[in-house]
Design a binder for this molecule. Structure first.
Ligand SMILES: *[C@@H]1O[C@H](CO)[C@@H](O)[C@H](O)[C@H]1NC(C)=O
Ligand SMILES: *[C@@H]1O[C@H](CO)[C@@H](O)[C@H](O)[C@H]1NC(C)=O
Ligand SMILES: *[C@@H]1O[C@H](CO)[C@@H](O)[C@H](O)[C@H]1NC(C)=O
Ligand SMILES: *[C@@H]1O[C@H](CO)[C@@H](O)[C@H](O)[C@H]1NC(C)=O
Ligand SMILES: CC(=O)N[C@H]1CO[C@H](CO)[C@@H](O)[C@@H]1O
Length: 338
């Protein structure tokens, strides 16, 4: 009898785990707060096994805040990598003089996880972390959500065999990654910050070298989807992402580029999205502008469109934020069977 119960439980667990998606998030958590909204969704989704978080902005507080947020949602063991050299820099809004800084505050007040306050230097090298986690994953099971700059992914593509894998970066990606979802650019053409804001030639390197499936989420998809309002007004006081939104936007809902990108990375098109193309590929110009090339011979690249109005998309994100923030205590066991 006992054995049957145990077996039933294990089978249920195995099924729940099989249904989960292996996800790596590569974030520029620093200047805008939608990165931590995205992290909330990734860390609390019952459909995700979060393998790693890489940070592509080199502030110590970015790494510490990522670790603090992961720990709050019960993921003390999820490794965090960050691009070097690190500096103790904080965001200052010299663009519109209206947004606040949140990374250092969240890092200090919610200190925890693998990188508690003062321990940013212990973060992984992002390329080494990518290689370790990809080498350990089953073939063709990893989704990467890139919600910032592309330096770490460029470094991954350029990497050579090491103690984690005999494969070089491109071979490792081809073997392990099922989909790369990139927030960046504008579709079918335009010029957007994630592509030019750090280094346009690095962006061009990743987009032109990546051989697998790539899905792009342009500026226009998230710009007018304003989320975070309900999290700020109805969310639990103890939630670090709720406070990040308050520190950053003083209770005004924010555009939702990154949470929408992570939602697609986790759940696919669902009712929220549709593809804007059937074929073609993304071309990056020298100044970081991008342009869709309508080539019928290329069928592995797509750009997203919203399939619902902006209010509906925002309401869905607000629902995911609140669900994640309120179910946190249930995540305390390392494995949850939903
Ligand atoms: C996960 O399990 C380990 C080993 O049983 C335990 O030490 C750790 O505290 C658990 N993590 C959480 C978040 O409960
Ligand atoms: C950041 O500040 C802390 C505390 O003053 C210091 O220990 C650390 O070395 C600094 N880190 C960097 C990268 O400057
Ligand atoms: C990777 O190699 C490409 C091509 O040689 C180069 O343009 C790019 O800057 C390299 N990436 C990094 C992160 O050094
Ligand atoms: C962009 O990256 C390339 C290759 O790593 C480097 O040569 C170049 O100096 C970088 N440009 C900027 C503006 O940092
Ligand atoms: C620009 C930048 O810092 N890119 C880094 C991404 O990660 C690799 C490996 O850590 C570094 O070599 C790159 O310099």
């Amino acid at each position: 009898m006992k054995a049957h119960v145990a077996l039933g439980f294990l089978t249920g667990t195995a099924l729940a785990l099989a249904a989960r998606k292996n996800l790596i998030v590569d974030t520029d958590l620093f200047s805008d707060v939608d990165d931590v909204g995205a992290l909330l969704i990734a860390a609390t989704s019952p459909h995700v096994t979060l393998l790693a978080v890489n940070v592509n902005y080199p502030s110590t507080f970015s790494a510490l805040a990522a670790s603090a947020i992961l720990a709050h949602y019960g993921h003390c063991g999820v490794p965090v990598g960050i691009r070097r050299p690190l500096a103790n820099v904080t965001f200052f809004d010299s663009w519109s003089y209206e947004l606040g800084e949140y990374a250092s505050k969240v890092a200090f007040h919610w200190s925890g996880g693998s990188l508690p306050w003062g321990h940013a230097e212990e973060a992984w090298d992002p390329v080494a972390l990518y290689r370790k986690v990809l080498a350990e994953a089953e073939d063709a099971t990893v989704t990467i959500a890139s919600i910032g700059f592309l330096e770490n992914l460029s470094g991954l593509l350029n990497s050579t065999s090491d103690s984690y894998s005999n494969l070089n970066g491109r071979e490792l990606v081809a073997r392990k990654v099922s989909e790369l979802v990139i927030m960046g650019g504008s579709y079918p053409f335009g010029r957007e910050f994630n592509f030019w804001g750090s280094n346009a030639s690095i962006t061009a390197h990743v987009v032109s070298t990546w051989e697998g499936r790539m899905v792009f989420v342009g500026d226009e998809v998230g710009k007018h989807v304003k989320s975070g309002g309900r999290l700020m007004s109805e969310g639990p006081n103890s939630d670090p992402v709720r406070m990040a939104y308050i520190y950053h936007s003083y209770c005004t809902p924010r555009p939702s580029w990154d949470p929408l990108t992570v939602s697609y990375a986790i759940s696919g098109l669902t009712d929220l999205f549709e593809f804007g193309n059937e074929y073609g590929y993304n071309h990056i110009e020298i100044d970081g502008a991008n342009r869709w090339i309508w080539d019928k011979g290329v069928r592995n690249q797509f750009f997203l469109r919203l399939a619902v109005d902006e209010e509906t998309a925002a309401a869905e994100l607000d629902r995911l934020f609140l669900r994640g923030a309120f179910t946190t205590p249930l995540l305390i066991p390392n494995i949850t069977v939903n």
